[in-house]
Design a protein around this ligand. Sequence first.
Ligand code: AMP
Ligand code: ZN
Length: 137
Amino acid sequence: MDNCIFCKIASGEIPAATLYEDDLFRVILDLGPASKGHALILPKNHYANLYEIPDEMVGKAMVLAKKMGTALKEALGCDGLNVVQNNGEAAGQTVFHFHMHLIPRYQDDQVGLSWTPGTLTDKMKAEVLEKVKKALG
Ligand code: AMP
Ligand code: ZN
């Protein structure tokens, strides 16, 4: 992808603060961190989102999230960690190259990743169960 900023960062064409690199992934510090240590896991190949990334790669990305999250906790002494992965503009995705956010959390920080719980009505439950099971085949 010629015009993809994360392709260029992942390949090393554009420099970034790299915490970790192997043949498949680069892990960098987010330039607009939600908290101290906010990191991004970038596959070196271009996949736009979760729907496109191959199973094998997404599995490896999650294993790397565990490794990096454990290192962030040990190094920074964070009290918690959010693993966030946005797909589509409606979900807040702004860079359309698959990535996982690792967001260290600190007691009483002001990072806003919460929502107001709704209600799972019988109607909603029936509709979603029926439609998703159908989609799964
Ligand atoms: P998302 O909203 O899930 O697409 O996340 C994109 C993230 O990439 C945001 O948290 C940005 O702060 C971050 N970001 C954008 N450009 C860069 C860059 N050049 N280097 C590091 N992080 C970046
Ligand atoms: Zn890309």
